[in-house]
Design a protein around this ligand. Structure first.
Ligand code: ZN
Ligand code: ZN
Length: 407
């Protein structure tokens, strides 16, 4: 039996509902997708629930489930995955947060949650704050894109059960982090002390003095949110015997992959936005198939169009994806298993993730040929009705890597 490789392409939030602007078709039904449909005709097809029927999944919990990690066991918040996505060194048990640089007035009321969308100088601003020690807890901070950053607390007796400091709106006073359980009192105390000390340093910082002189808003506070404990994830490669890489633009998904021991492949032009270079992503897949058995690709633009409630934009993004997939399928060796699906639905009528199941198709040279087109309705003629947690076993079957149960 020839062992095959696999490419799993996740069209983030591509699943949708009947849209009045599209004659009550879904964007996938409405879009012209000759290449996706061509693959569907040679694939097993059906629907997948990212967590379980009706459950509205985040991108993080759904990707964990797709990769075979039970989100109910390993997920306590988004922070650790954001921090891992910024290449911070993490240890299981660390407590991590996502943060914004923001602007507060003298009464600690938030004037701007993004500090005037600060673009430069955040690494300079964090220099005197990174590696702060409070009590017996070491604190690490690292800047992300623009106003974003991540924060990590490392030490004994910490808990992720603390509320956000970020009030999530302007005109409000910053919140005190509150312990949500008795075990979290120390964490809340240290977090509040950190925010206070960081504010003292930031408000006098030369970078901010210069910003103020230029009429820009100072990045004079760090607002943590989304606390989570860094989980111990058994390496995906070891668990499944598949040497794995990923091509992803968004730090959150990149972080999940990193914590699962999946190697990120850097692709210039892969932004995680509307302007992402999809063909470049496919080329990265083709180039790296020599070295890896399993490559995960995430394309985020479909989800953004769903959040923006722009069905025609979503159609346009899907048609661009179709072209990129055409490029991929023309050049990919025929012994590679190709899986296309989504991590959840992001209906344009909702503007957020929903619990509607997502279409899935799995192509291998000898899969049963079930499909007709790649959309939520056409795939109903196929045999699949699965949970995301089943997916890796199904992939292992089609790559001829599944172990036989019994004699
Ligand atoms: Zn998503
Ligand atoms: Zn989303």
């Amino acid at each position: 039996m020839e062992k095959r490789k696999a490419v799993l392409i996740i069209l983030d939030g591509v699943g949708d509902r009947a849209n009045p602007q599209l004659n009550y078709k879904t964007p996938l039904q409405y879009a012209r997708t000759p290449n996706l449909d061509n693959i569907a005709r040679k694939s097993v097809v059906g629907l997948m629930d990212s967590i379980a029927p009706g459950i509205r999944a985040g991108s993080d919990t759904s990707h964990l489930n797709i990769l075979g990690y039970d989100p109910y066991r390993v997920y306590t918040g988004r922070g650790p995955f954001e921090a891992a996505g910024l290449d911070m060194d993490l240890e299981p048990g660390d407590i991590a947060f996502r943060c914004n640089f923001a602007t507060v007035d003298d009464d600690m009321v938030v004037i701007d949650r993004r500090a005037g969308r600060i673009k430069e100088g955040t690494d300079e601003l964090l220099k005197d704050i990174d590696r702060m020690v409070i009590e017996d807890v070491k604190i690490f901070v690292k800047p992300g894109v623009e106003h974003r950053a991540a924060l990590v607390l490392r030490g004994p007796g910490l808990s992720p059960e603390v509320s956000d400091v970020d009030p999530h709106d302007t005109g409000l006073k910053i919140h005190d982090a509150k312990p949500l359980s008795a075990e979290a009192e120390k964490t809340a105390r240290i977090l509040n002390e950190f925010v206070k000390r960081a504010h003292e340093i930031l408000k006098e910082h030369p970078v901010n003095k210069k910003r103020e002189k230029e009429g820009k808003k100072p990045a004079n506070i760090i607002l943590p949110r989304g606390a989570g404990m860094v989980p111990h994830l058994k390496s995906f490669t070891e668990k499944n015997g598949l040497k794995a890489a990923c091509v992803v633009g968004t730090p959150l998904i990149r972080g999940i992959c990193k914590l699962a021991g999946i190697t990120p492949i850097e692709v210039p032009g892969a932004t995680g936005g509307y302007d992402t270079d999809m063909v470049a992503k496919m080329d990265a897949v083709l180039e790296n198939l020599r070295d890896y058995d399993f490559i995960l690709v995430n394309i985020k633009a479909t989800d953004i169009a769903g959040h923006d409630m722009q069905p025609l934009k979503k159609v346009e993004v899907i048609e661009r994806i179709d072209e990129a997939i055409g490029h991929l399928s023309e050049n990919i060796p025929d012994n590679v298993v190709l899986i296309l699906t989504a991590d959840h639905s992001t209906p344009c009528t909702v503007g957020d993730h929903s619990g509607d199941p997502v279409p899935i198709m799995i192509y291998a040279s000898d899969t049963r040929r079930e499909g007709e087109a790649f959309n939520e309705i056409s795939v109903l003629r196929g045999s699949l009705r699965i949970l995301a947690s089943d997916l890796i076993d199904i992939v292992k079957n089609h790559t001829n890597r599944a172990e036989k149960f019994g004699a």
